[in-house]
Design a protein around this ligand. Sequence first.
Ligand SMILES: *Cc1c(COP(=O)(O)O)cnc(C)c1O
Length: 370
Amino acid sequence: MTTRVWDYLGEYAKEKDDILNAVETVFNSGQLVLGASVQGFEAEFAAYHGLPFATGVDNGTNAIKLGLEAIGVGPGDEVITVSNTAAPTVVAIVGAGATPVFVDVRDEDFLMDTDQVAAAITPRTKAIVPVHLYGQCVDMAPLERLAAEHGLKILEDCAQSHGARQHGRMAGTMSDVAAFSFYPTKVLGAYGDGGAVVTADETVHQNLRKLRYYGMEKVYYVVQSPGHNSRLDELQAEILRRKLRRLDEYIDGRNRVARRYEQYLGDLDGLRLPVTNPGNTHVYYVYVVRHPARDAIIEALHAHDISLNISYPWPVHTMSGFAHFGWRTGSLPVTERLAGEIFSLPMYPSLSEAEQDHVIESVRTVVGSL
Ligand SMILES: *Cc1c(COP(=O)(O)O)cnc(C)c1O
């Protein structure tokens, strides 16, 4: 049997009663859209972060887009982010009508190089979107200082970092507004699409309520500024409520898998394992390793029935869909080099030790014989 880079079936087998009970609860509730489950999930997700407000939305991409719109980002504005991210980060910025401006990432941890942000600020800059990539947070203190100095907003892209901490602060609590995805593979994953936006700012929160609901004021059902239909579904919300109670267990499970990779692959020549920065906890959305002979390794591992993933093989700024923003190949050297060397080993809490041992032995054989 092929060992997949991600799988939910083992988890489903364990949690089946709870998940199916969630489905029944919603179907018996008498309200299928924006009912008790969305409300309950929003309250519990906000409380998990120690924040007053959370808004459930239809996916993580729209969580970023609505989050940006809610803090006033629109056409003519520039938003500073990274190219070393999932394309939806940038799709959402463009969807809000803004222009993405890229800075490079750091070679050690693949995260936004915050030293490059000051030079990217122009009179049109409105916001910074740090991406807490792979499961740990970007250094927020320098960004918070720059934002205060230049009057900029910050939106954290937390799609890969549910529950991650930095010096005790949780991902999503270190900015004006933060966006989460509950795409099934994520650390907190739904059984379909879902997303959420959290904030401590009541005005931003009120904007989000309207933006996800056609732009309508709930009281008078009047649209003053057209929004979107971006509601979180009741069914996904109820499943997410159940899974939120186990989020810390999922994070522990992912760390257990990471510790075993460190223990058994840490000595391999040329294979670089992920590092956790001082002050950070890591939630290991993906386990990204690096080797100059990446393509040969992946091909050889296929013969061992292991399917791997690359997050991400093409830097966003080199994609044709963003060519009109004028970013040339060569402009972000670290991002471009990484794209040719990184790959992800299987990582999910229900990965068994036997499956992981098979991955470890295969990687040792393949990398050892290069
Ligand atoms: C998954 C992801 C998104 C998009 O979330 P969807 O729910 O798939 O729309 C955005 N940003 C990052 C960094 C992601 O990993």
